[in-house]
Ligand binder design. Sequence first.
Ligand code: SAH
Length: 238
Amino acid sequence: MARSIRLHTPASLTAGGLVALPPDQAHYLGTVMRATPGAVIALFNGRDGEWRGRIVALRRGGAEIAIETQLRPPAAAPDPDLWLVFALLKRPATDLVVQKATELGVAAIFPVITMHSLGERVNLARLEAIAREAAEQSERLSLPELHAPQPLPALLAGWPGGRRLVAAIERADAPPVAAKPGPAALIVGPEGGFAAAELDVLRAHPFVEPATLGPRILRAETAAIAGLALLQAAPRRR
Ligand code: SAH
């Protein structure tokens, strides 16, 4: 097989085990990837590392995979301790942000409702499917936690101690977004930007660090991708 197939499953992975896959993954195997019984795939579940499995049954209603040997132990390449908070965007932009944030290794994604954000709801099942596919193709061993949207003040009120929140703010006299050791998160505003009152509230919290992504005004999804990349770049040695 030219391209290797990697799938996420919530099931436990142990040698000799049998894992059932749902219809959407059976469709992906049979129709999209043209795999047949006997073919070898890789499976991961965020706990047991990555395992080699062999397709033993493949039907429209599901597939069965016999688990053989471990390919990678758990957490062979630990993900950065990085969260993304983003103001809700139009659906295609929200989808893109969830996909790219997953590729970039974020551990948790928090959509927030701000004064200028669009809508108050997301289809979490759909976003979970996007995150799962992004994890599968980027060789992550885990899935990001996807949280339901909440108002920005509620998120700030419940912020955990010890985690810095780097706030991407355009046209601000702020230092560049930069990686530092320890737990971190990035917050990006909506297309309309944060309201002045929201900027005041953000700046009032001791864990918030305003930061710039340069002199150009980026789309929110670009700001999220660029900011996440910078937050995990190796810090410069002295
Ligand atoms: N409509 C606003 C721009 C919003 S850009 C205006 O014209 O002023 C959307 C979000 O992307 C912002 O809220 C901010 O979080 C982020 N962003 C865009 N460009 C940025 C930059 N140069 N530096 C830091 N953050 C930026």
